[in-house]
Design a protein around this ligand. Sequence first.
Ligand code: SF4
Length: 377
Amino acid sequence: MIAATTVPAAQRAERFRPNQFRHATTIATPAAYRDGRWETFEPKPAVDRTLLGRVFRLRPGLTFTPYANPTPCNAHCSFCSEELLRIDADRLTAKRTITDYDQYFAALDRAWRELDGFTMGLSLSGLEATSEPEWLLRLLALLDEHPQLFAERVLYTNGSGLATDARLVPALARARFDRVELSRAHFDERRNHRIMRFDLAQPIRRRAVFEQTVRALRAQATDVRLVCILNDEGVSTIEGVEEYIAEARALGVDRVVFRELSVLGEIYLENRETKWIDRHRAPVRALMERVLPSADAPCEVENVCREGWALEGVTAGYYYYNEVYRRDGVEVVLEGSSYVAHRDAVESGVLQKLVFHSTMELCGDWVPNAQVIGRYG
Ligand code: SF4
């Protein structure tokens, strides 16, 4: 069940299929998708899969995340979703780091063998996957033993380990990662630090090191996408967005995503992070309206967009929605999402996501006591 808001009947006919990119030329009214958003997503039919002796319903194309927490994170982002405790959670995975690597990787190998032949992508996230190079290198070595398992491989990172260990960037390239999504709230290092709050020993907090890291990735032909979380202490206005795009372009990056902090609804316990998110949220919808005002629909593409912007298309997933534009040769994604829609989807009886927690338990959710499949170690 993915039902956060009501979608008009006419719009229901235009649902999104998984991985569907609805090209601008086929869209009469792109702004219409802004209401209802993830509800317009039409999922692939679920399939049965036996895991640890029990049958589960799985959504083909889901992403598998080995929850990366070999160490506590070396940044302390004010909005960190890993610090958010859902009301049905009894613990946070983030608080339990991976200790016994031999046991952990043997268990992960067992899980991957059971999933062999199932269509899925690798989404390497959680805390910071590069914070402990030995853990990441072992993970890449294990990936090497499962060359066909993942249709797509993406690393989400703050870049810290890539900046300090020269082995990691070439190793990622060898492991055929399709993309590295690199978080940076602002190009100005002081403003970025106010939000991301790296440990002071982390060189990546410096702008020059961040830029060197991007260049090193690009030199290995690794696709880099910069991720900017919108908030009113960093980037929140259309002018700020355009400055960020110009900085990215000057650095040679041609893909940027501006992501609104996910909608939290009433499903998280109040803490420092939820309060910060409430106080500093910058709605992506407002930016969309500056780039392509709803009142101007139907859109004959670029002529009604803000000057310098051209709409390329829109996409949706089970809990997110994107508008994809081009500006000065840079692909710019404006993205909104809802953790409430995510929670509703993962409770639907079909596993939409697989998370391998540090306890070696495989779950269909980020919450380690929810949608539990079982322990592999
Ligand atoms: S880098 Fe990611 S895991 Fe680390 S504090 Fe920031 S949001 Fe949280």
